[in-house]
Design a protein around this ligand. Structure first.
Ligand code: NOJ
Ligand code: CA
Length: 751
């Protein structure tokens, strides 16, 4: 019998490997051995669970741990692989099945024997091109289990576990083998058997959309066919399973654990949704099918994405985790100098709020006497209007400008299965591509391309080179893509394997043409910005835009998103709306569920290296003092401190600007007002800073007085503690810059 303990320098990283078939005697021995070690109590608990349940003396049990997180792998007497996870002696995932069913009736979920296993400890650091921190530590213990089926074909399957300080990632590998090349996954057997009826922050498992409001409920109350109705009509709803939920799935246990289940490095495989058994809190894997109902077409050697379980007893650790990024492969781009974060404005909110249109004509079947399209008179992307935005962006130091509705096709862009809806290079007659490119260049503004596909990804694929060459020709260094509508090829889903590969093709095309990518309506992110650092951000969730064309999102929405949608990667949320009531044409009573100060705070709490100043120039011009924060706030960071957070309630984050000494703080709350004491102990010792505090006015609240704010300046240092008062639906945004001698004389010290 081999028992192998390896301790890392921290003395807290432990690998434990028992890779022999053992009998009851050896199980007792291991339990004894383990229970002697304080850190391993919960492994003992899991082993006991395995031993007491369906597991006989023929069990094969392996385990590994990292700080408080423990992983146990086992084969039962039928050769069925299971795993379990605990955190600080508490069971997070009870013994749960692993494996697959393949087309052709091939089961790859039982009758296995362990051929070999090995363990490894890795502790390395790497630098993201853009990010919330400048250096990321990737420290894990790795357990690889090589399995062989005890059948004529003797199929091989490896399962690789990486155990982090804040959770576990695991994936399946299908090694190259003689009798097993091409295969089709019919279903994945992976389960996450939860230990109780946790509170969960969930959206339905929709094959085509993530743009839902989150429901907070017990697992036993989840019902994906009964959820806050989404309106607006642009989103495909496709929820075949009443009890399926989307990942990242955030949960909180009654005994104070925060658990987040998601996946990392989703490439060449469908997205994973989770079917919930409400009686025993078992989550099982629902892979998004293709047009034929198949899940994944693979060829050995192949592997799945990582299945991830992030866990901590502190909510802030969930937001600080870099596990999902760490589980992705390093950058495929060597020279990354062209990848630049930026803030941008857009000829956009005016369309969202119904004041202008994407389409040029309202009479697509009629031409004027001279044979031209007849303009509707309110087309947003006209040259004069675009130049107005360029002037404003240039005057205010906002780097980028997005223009939507510039290209022909918006009259019939979605909803009618029209495959060739856009060619991505033909402008409307009132959009002077070359003139605008030259004007933007003169004014120092970076144009951002817009390629809406209306769901016709097949058409975009055909035109990709043409579209990206066009961007290169006219100096567009970034593109916002979009997938509103049913996917073509017909029958495919936004989250199926075909589309997953499409998104990667677009990212790769961006690498080839040096273009940065922002995707709307793709699958939710899984950390791929590590591998494709030009894939800056995506929407893949319910963005601020829903406040333009629907009754909007409740005040708690932005306190949930960082725990759910954003654990996979940055979100193009489009913050910065200043006119918070009566902004939507034809809907005078519509209003946002937020104060103006909260809109500022979102630039810090909602990470994205491409960040929009989403409102109209005239609304910013009406509040130049508050707009100063948007001008100042950076989009790339050296360091991030999650100061306090609770999903559904509040978030306070401080971030240090990349390459400077400046810090920025964002604090937001839900529909409840809130007092927060924010210690500035993270500031450099002995240094004075000017804190500019953009706060809700004393009489502000999201409903009756959302645009009331105050701006105050104080001298602070690392011993200061700021007392912030957030209104209902409110927030606070703070910039902290080095205090000059003059500042010290003129500005009072914070008391
Ligand atoms: C939905 C996107 O989220 C939005 O930003 C865009 O304006 C429209 N589609 C049109 O492409
Ligand atoms: Ca959208």
């Amino acid at each position: 019998m081999i028992v192998n303990f390896a301790k890392a320098a921290t003395n807290r990283l432990i690998l434990f490997n028992e890779n022999l078939c053992f009998n009851l005697h050896t199980l007792q021995y291991i339990l004894l051995k383990i229970t002697c070690m304080k850190q391993m109590y919960s492994v003992a608990a899991i082993l006991l669970l395995f031993a007491q349940s369906t597991f006989s003396q023929q069990n094969k049990i392996l385990s590994a741990s990292n700080h408080k997180v423990k992983l146990v792998f086992s084969l039962n007497e039928s050769g069925i692989p299971h795993y379990a996870v605990s955190f600080d002696e508490k069971l997070v995932v009870k013994p749960s099945r692993l494996g697959f069913t393949l087309n052709g009736g091939i089961t790859l979920d039982s009758n296995f024997a362990i051929v070999k296993s090995d363990t490894k400890i890795v502790d390395e650091t790497w630098k993201p091109v853009l990010g919330e921190v400048s250096t990321i530590r990737n420290q894990y213990s790795k357990l690889t289990v090589q399995l062989k089926q005890q059948s004529a074909n003797g199929l091989l399957l490896n399962i690789v576990f990486k155990i982090y300080e804040e959770g576990v990632g695991f994936r399946y590998e299908f090694p190259l083998q003689p009798k097993f090349q091409f295969f089709v996954v019919a279903s994945e057997a992976t389960e996450f058997n939860l230990a109780g009826d946790h509170t969960t922050f969930w959206i339905p498992g929709d094959f085509d959309s993530n743009e839902y409001l989150y429901t907070t409920s017990k697992l036993s109350e989840v019902n994906s066919w009964k959820f806050p109705i989404i309106s607006g009509g642009t989103v495909q709803q496709n929820i075949p399973d009443q009890y399926a939920v989307q990942t990242p799935l955030m949960m909180k246990t009654d005994d104070g654990l925060y658990i987040n289940i998601h996946e990392a490095a989703l490439i060449n495989y469908p997205s994973m949704q989770l079917h919930l058994n409400r009686n025993n809190f078992q989550l099982s894997t629902n892979l998004v099918p293709d047009a034929l109902g198949n899940k994944a077409y693979l060829r050995t050697p192949a592997h799945t994405p990582w299945r991830t379980i992030i866990v901590s007893d502190k909510a802030v650790d969930i937001l600080a985790s870099k596990m999902i990024l760490n589980l992705n492969e390093p950058s495929v781009i060597k020279n990354t100098a062209w990848i630049k974060p930026m803030k941008f404005m857009g000829v956009w909110w005016e369309m969202q709020t119904g004041q202008s249109s994407w389409n040029y004509t309202d009479k697509i079947d009629e031409l004027s006497s001279s044979g031209t399209m007849m303009p509707n008179g309110h087309h947003g992307a006209n040259t004069a209007n675009v130049k107005r935005y360029i002037d404003f962006a240039s005057a205010n130091g906002i780097k980028g400008l997005l223009v939507e509705g510039w290209n022909k096709g918006w009259e019939e862009w979605t909803g009618a299965w029209k495959e060739e809806n856009f060619d991505y290079v033909t402008p409307y007659p009132d959009f002077d591509v070359a003139g605008i490119a030259a004007y933007a260049k003169k004014k120092g503004v970076q144009m951002i391309m817009h390629n809406e596909t209306g769901g016709s990804a097949v058409n975009y694929d055909r035109n990709l080179d043409t579209a990206f060459r066009f961007m290169n020709k006219y100096g567009y260094t970034a593109v916002k893509t979009g997938y509103v509508g049913n996917i073509m090829p017909k029958g495919e889903h936004h989250d199926g394997q075909w589309m997953i590969n499409h998104y990667i093709r677009v990212a790769q095309k961006g690498v080839q043409y040096k273009v940065m990518i922002d995707m709307h309506e793709p699958v939710r992110p899984t950390g791929l910005s590590r591998t494709y650092p030009n894939f800056l951000t995506s929407e893949a969730g319910r963005g601020n835009e829903w406040n333009a064309f629907s009754d909007g999102s409740p005040a708690e929405h932005e306190t949930i998103l960082p725990f759910t949608r954003l654990t996979g990667g940055p979100m193009d949320y489009t913050p910065g709306i200043f006119k918070l009531k009566n902004y939507a044409k034809g809907a005078p009573l519509r209003q946002m569920h937020t104060t103006l100060a909260k809109q500022l705070a979102l630039y810090v709490t909602m990470y994205s290296p491409l960040q929009m100043a989403a409102d109209l120039p005239e609304h910013y011009a009406a509040h130049p003092d508050a707009f100063q924060f948007i001008k100042d706030v950076p989009v790339d960071w050296d360091d991030t401190k999650i100061i306090e957070a609770e999903p559904g309630d509040y978030i306070t984050i401080a971030r240090k600007e990349k390459g400077t000494a400046n810090w920025f703080i964002g604090a937001i709350t839900d529909e409840q007002s809130r007092s927060a004491a924010v210690s500035l102990s993270f500031l450099q010792k002995g240094k004075n800073y000017v804190a500019t505090i953009y706060a809700d006015a004393a009489n502000a609240d999201w409903k009756d007085n959302p645009e009331a704010y105050s701006i105050q300046q104080f001298i602070v240092n690392n011993t200061s503690t700021l007392q912030l008062n957030l209104a209902k639906g409110g927030g606070a945004a703070i910039s902290l810059t080095t205090a000059s001698a003059a500042n010290l004389k003129l500005i009072k010290t914070y008391q």
